[in-house]
Design a protein around this ligand. Structure first.
Ligand code: FMN
Length: 301
């Protein structure tokens, strides 16, 4: 029997799949549903210090090969999120995703997530469509280092940094996370994108710019994990376009110890986790991989 158990640093998971931030993870009930559907853990929607309504419609649409969104980080704020966390952490491992404008915001939010029972925090250093947040702070290695250091000194749970592919210095940013004591790197967030309506001669999204996710971004994500694995010693979590066991296996072989699924929940439903687990087990059995660990980074050898 093969084992799907894996570790992301000190966090042990029954299986390597998690829900990605922003997908069915804004309420306690939806987080519980995700955990019951076969995910090894669930990441919350990114939460900030204050409630935020997000961008106006249109802010989401399907495109060939995936979706684009410019949600603008809508969330109830950390205070109101307490109740959702209390419900979710009883069911399983919850990683609290947070966003902020700098080290102070991130430290305060991380401390609250720890109080609420999160087993780790994931720093959103990568959203491509929220002014002053996300990739605007996450593409400067000095700022990334300052944020991760500050959060490390304010919590005792592991600190994961979620990075953007919208940069040519991804590995430098990964190194900044590692040097600051970060416990894991998560990659990738969406690719900065735009869709234009020829009829209206205008960008369709109210925010003009948006982020591309889904099948189309998978090769970019796999490359990002492969590149990061060549320079980093801390664990990696792969995300971007995973909808079946083959996609998950690619990320693991590129160097990820675990993975997250976002857009495919829209196309496959929540059974995506169970299907990936079954497919991975059958593949591992047939190809002689006894554990996820023995497959991590196999494509580098
Ligand atoms: C509607 C939507 C909302 C998202 N919200 C967040 C968010 O709040 N925080 C974050 O770090 N990533 C967010 N993401 C990015 C996803 O977590 C993920 O990194 C990205 O979609 C790539 O994975 P996928 O191709 O499996 O969807 C969002 C993605 C979508 C489609």
């Amino acid at each position: 029997m093969v084992s799907l158990k894996t570790d992301v640093g000190s966090i042990s998971l029954e299986n390597p799949g998690m829900i990605a931030s922003g997908i069915m993870d804004e309420t306690g009930k939806s987080l519980v549903r995700v955990l019951r559907s076969g995910a090894g853990a669930a990441v919350t929607k990114s939460i900030g210090l204050e409630p935020k309504p997000g961008h106006d419609n249109p802010c989401f649409m399907e495109v060939r090969g995936g979706y684009v969104n410019a949600m603008g980080l809508p969330n109830p704020g950390i205070e109101l999120f307490r109740e959702e966390m209390e419900e979710a952490v009883k069911e399983g491992k919850i990683i609290g995703s947070i966003y902020g404008a700098g080290p102070e915001d991130f430290s305060k939010l991380a401390a609250r997530m720890e109080d609420y029972g999160a087993c780790a925090v994931e720093l959103n250093l990568s959203c491509p469509h929220a002014k002053g947040y996300g990739m605007e702070v996450g593409t400067d290695p000095a700022m990334v280092k300052a944020i991760v250091s500050a959060v490390k000194s304010s919590v005792s749970i592991p600190v994961w940094a979620k990075l953007t592919p919208n940069t040519h210095i991804l590995t430098q940013i990964g190194l900044a996370v590692q040097e600051a004591g970060g416990d894991a790197v998560v990659a990738i967030n969406t690719l900065k994108a735009m869709v234009i309506s020829p009829e209206f001669a205008r960008p369709i999204m109210s925010n003009k710019f948006c982020g591309l996710s889904g099948e189309a971004v998978k090769p970019v994500g796999v490359r990002a994990i492969y590149d990061l694995a060549t320079v980093l010693d801390i664990p990696l979590v792969g995300v971007g376009g995973i909808s079946n066991w083959r996609d998950a296996a690619e990320y693991i072989m590129a160097g990820a110890s675990a993975f997250q699924v976002g857009s495919a929940v829209g196309t496959e439903g929540l059974c995506v986790f169970k299907n990936i687990n079954e497919g991975l087990s059958a593949f591992m059995e047939e190809y002689g991989y006894g554990s996820i660990r023995s497959m991590v980074g196999a494509a580098h050898e």
